[in-house]
Design a protein around this ligand. Sequence first.
Ligand code: SF4
Length: 404
Amino acid sequence: GQCIMVCPTGALHGQDDKQKVWDALADDTKHVVIQTAPAIRVTIGEMFGMEVGSLVTGKLVSALKRVGFDRVFDDCFGADVVVMEEGRELMERLESGKDLPQFTSCCPGWVKFCESFYPSLLDNLSSCKSPQQVFGALAKTYYAEKAGIDPDNIFSVSTMPCVAKKYEAQRPEMDDSGRQDVDAVLTTRELGEMIKQIGIDIENLPEQEYDEPMGYATGAGVIFGSTGGVMEATLRTVYEKLTGERLEDFELQKVRSQDFNEAEVKLDEDRSINVAVARGTGNARKLIHRVLSGEADYDFVEVMACPAGGCVGGGGQPIYSGRDRWARMVEDRVARADGLLKSDGRKDIKVAHENPFVKELYDSFLEKPHGEKSQKLLHTSYTDRQLYTHEERYSEQKGKEMKE
Ligand code: SF4
């Protein structure tokens, strides 16, 4: 019989966007910009025979320039802006005590899962868009203005380890720049194929720097690609704003690399922030049930739909066959996540609020985090997509089992 798989996150309904991007690159009237997700720089090398987890940021930029992009920017700049926005939102919620825990919202697989199965938690989702969409909205407003380009002529591409990001870019509400904020999303596989199509071997390319003003990111923005990264990046900023001191992250190291973890971050004698991280929708369910039953009392929760490592093991990453593929998959995710931590370690600035380009963005354009302009451009709302109540789902399932 035929097996029909239904993916609750929409992650299996991706289309190939290579031709759309080639067409835009061939159109002289278009100014084509690309943002690269953190996971790409530690994965694209393996599509060209390099060791898994090789960090090839400069070579990736070089390759994208040769493919023909007018500007090569870093999605991690968008992640730094998300830290500013989501961090402010968390501070506001901690102060008011309302809608806690705050759940992260940068994984479209998780957002769709929450809309479909736990709509009662939609007010707990951070209203901040994901780095991809924050970047997209800024590229067609802030960047367009700064560069003196008509935003209608900007074609905005992103390259992601994720198929659900295609769905996210197409959500009709993602048009706060006055037009669709992101025009096309390429997976790691599609991008690797495009680079191969023009006959380049990434390994032998010289290194190039990202373009300004949306190409510089701190270590905080870079670690978004591995699970626990969004949490840690945001806490680095929130902790410093609330205590005036740098967060020593040894406690949060525990939060990384497992399917579920929790930690308490002490602010002072009386105050602390309780955090948890879940990877994979099964672990998310368990965590949510603990929250809803009152068994757990968290302030801030990160959920990533992809198990074991988050985006470094996303659905747009290279796929391998062979008997040892499962073992290899786990090893590869660890190697890629290590590559991202290496990248964080090499960055002089580790906290988003010290990114000079982020400061400039707020000084000259946004004014302040979670202010009027950012609320309009960088925040969004969610939709209740629940088809059944939990009771209906349960009795339907029971009915099926009885028939069988
Ligand atoms: Fe996409 Fe998976 Fe990352 Fe979520 S965890 S953003 S579904 S790659």
